[in-house]
Design a protein around this ligand. Sequence first.
Ligand code: GDP
Length: 325
Amino acid sequence: MQDLGKRIIAGERRALAKAITLVESDRADHQAQAAALLTELKSAGRSALRIGLSGTPGVGKSTFIEAFGCYLTGLGKRVAVLAVDPSSSRSGGSILGDKTRMERLSRDPLAYIRPSPAGRQLGGVARRTREAADICEAAGFDVILIETVGVGQSETVVAEMTDVFVLLLAPAGGDELQGVKRGIMEIADLILINKADGALKPAATRTCADYAGALHLLRKRAHDPAGFPLAAMVSALEEDGLAEAWQNIEALDAWRAEEGHRAARRAAQARHWFEADLKQGLLDHLTRSPEVSAALQTMGAEVAAGRRSPRDAASAVLEALRRKA
Ligand code: GDP
């Protein structure tokens, strides 16, 4: 693993891909190697700006990532693109799976694109993407873009592994806000109204003003400088507004770094993932025990049938565990 680690830090593409395949593997020996590798890579001490990007299908995520990614590589930045898509194993196709979606960026030597790992459980998919981001960081990428379609809790999960979170929206037809969940508004640092071009421009302008107003009504967050979170317009197709979007992201990140918020956020995220991994690990470990697994099944059925309260059933399983321990 030391050798693989060195090759990643030296920027070797094949080593990078191999390492990500390792963290994505379910095999116990691969998992152990991956854990050792991630520890090894910490020594590189490198840091990348991690940007989360969410938006419903059709809003223009891949067009935006292609345009924005190329804009960044044009500035000489190395850009990695990752994804969290827990639905991909069900739908068959994964976001980013199809490289033709970002043809120009995928051919750019400064860019690296990796499709979402497969998996039905968000937790598992998220862990693999987060570790892939760690590997890309050690490999010397300057910017890591993490895309999600926002299935279930995936936006929250992506926000938990990024420094800045961007929500991409399309111009709305009417004057209604597009049913964006309040929780998503609260985690967004930047709302970009895409497709602000041609006949859609007036609608984009209205939508942008609506969201600027809605963001203004949210409670002020301690980790924001004046003016943030903000709403702005872009056209991924015409590559308009990309420089402004980047300036805003950079300014926000620089301010947070200066004020200590970036480090604090990363520390809180590390703790969050430690606890999440621990809980998942404990659960996996427990359900491998036949007795516990049986107790979980029985109590689950009891609860579903209304014969026991959830609290009572949970206590019974925990009691069985305590006796076993
Ligand atoms: P995704 O599903 O979010 O990845 O969306 P895509 O990037 O595949 O874009 C969906 C559709 O919207 C495609 O037909 C794009 O050409 C179109 N589109 C994307 N960005 C823009 C834009 O800035 N302006 C206009 N007019 N169309 C866009």
